[in-house]
Design a protein around this ligand. Structure first.
Ligand SMILES: O=C(O)CCC(=O)C(=O)O
Ligand SMILES: [Fe+2]
Length: 393
């Protein structure tokens, strides 16, 4: 049978489309399916199986059956009074379970302020540093001056120059400056990372020549992460062992209290008991993630640390998210959990090496009225902050 050119073209197109479909089927995993569900706009995501610690009694039985309530070994309020608040009658039970500084908004505000105002300053490195020459006072203080009308965005002081040089025209790094959602993808480290790359010189990523000059009020919304302690080299997924800044004492105290509180917790049948001697705990590196409403963090495992026995401790502030936590491959269907402001997630034991990621949850955060808090509250009304802390050695 002789086929017309048009027919041949159509058949080729159909074949191509079948090939694409089958190759995307090859990358289809239960983890990807879950990500797709929560990213979907039409049809809307199915939230029916999300574990909601604020509303556990109304969760499906199959969800409730997967959750074990554990008693913490220490009371966080007693361990770290300035951040978890003073011990109050009745509050003890709350803090001895998995629900932590929920009713202590001042403690949350303290950490949020630190993340926005202090940790965004040099020497800590942020995603913006790759592309912009950030001001000494830090991007947040400049933004505050604009919002408080101390500075006009046309003022010279508000001009944040680009780092891009003409040498680099064809060597763009991935950076979204189009106001759309951005995805930070972290994955397994390169092979034999631990032994070979400790002392290697690690070059900084080149600035992009396509990002635009932006006023502080827009640039602050592009802030995606900063690193604390040992700075992280994202492209090799290893630490800069020669670039280490002092780790903030308050975050150190917060995590130390958590490490103490979780020592000895585990499954009632004894099949897993978490043990980590608090005197060995050294918070050496941290990532502060700043998520705008549609941002997500794709499935990854954090395995850049030489010490994988120490827990990874992670705090959520502001907007809630869906946290997916699966197994050691993407083939394990993940659990989905709401993380709300004040929640602490801990990855320890067998979970430390598991795939996880975050997706927007479309739940709002609650912001108390407080004039001192205005600018922060406004920013946090579209933001989620995550502070995660690791021991490297
Ligand atoms: O945002 C979160 O809760 C998780 C962040 C995370 O997994 C990471 O930075 O490695
Ligand atoms: Fe992670």
């Amino acid at each position: 049978m002789i086929k017309s050119k048009r027919q041949q073209k159509l058949e080729q197109k159909q074949l191509q489309s079948r090939r694409t479909k089958s190759s995307s089927f090859a990358t289809k995993t239960p983890f990807r399916d879950a990500e797709r569900n929560f990213k979907s706009r039409l049809p809307p995501p199915d939230f029916s199986k999300v574990i909601d610690f604020d509303n556990l009694e109304n969760c499906l039985d199959e969800i409730k059956d997967k959750v074990i309530e554990v008693e913490l070994t220490a009371d966080l309020g007693e361990e770290c009074e300035n951040l978890f608040g003073k011990y109050k009658d009745g509050a003890c039970i709350e803090r001895k379970k998995a629900y932590l500084f929920k009713d202590l908004p001042d403690a949350q505000k303290h950490v949020i302020k630190r993340c926005l105002k202090d940790f965004t300053k040099h020497p800590n490195i942020s995603n913006l540093d790759t592309h912009y020459v950030l001001p000494k006072q830090g991007i947040w203080e400049l933004y505050e001056k604009v919002i408080n009308n101390i500075l006009d965005e046309n003022d010279k002081e508000c001009f944040i120059p680009l780092k891009a040089s003409s040498i680099n025209k064809n060597n763009d790094v991935q950076y979204s400056d189009d106001g759309e959602e951005s995805t930070l993808i972290t994955g397994p480290p390169l092979e034999s990372t631990k032994s070979t790359t400790i002392n290697e010189e690690k070059s900084d990523p080149p600035p992009s020549s396509t990002v635009s000059i932006l006023p502080p009020s827009q640039l602050i919304r592009k802030l995606r992460w900063i690193t604390l302690g040992y700075q992280y080299h994202w492209s090799t997924k290893t630490y800069h062992f020669d670039r280490r800044f002092e780790f903030p004492q308050d975050i150190n105290d917060l995590t130390t209290a958590v490490v103490k509180a979780i020592d000895g917790i585990g499954f009632p049948d004894g099949s897993f008991i978490h043990k980590y001697d608090v005197t060995k705990w050294k918070p050496e590196a941290g990532v502060v993630n700043y998520y705008q409403l549609k941002d997500n963090l794709m499935a990854h495992v954090d395995r850049s640390e030489i010490n994988m026995d120490a827990p990874l401790i992670s705090f959520s502030f502001g907007h809630s998210c869906i946290f997916l936590i699966g197994g050691t491959t993407r083939d394990t269907p993940p659990f989905a959990v709401y993380l709300r402001s004040g929640d602490i997630s801990i990855m320890c034991g067998p979970i430390r090496g598991c795939f996880h990621g975050t997706l927007p949850s479309y739940l709002t955060s609650n912001n108390a009225e407080d004039p001192e808090w205005d600018i922060y509250g406004d920013f946090m009304s579209t933001t989620r902050i995550n502070v995660n802390v690791r021991q490297v050695f």
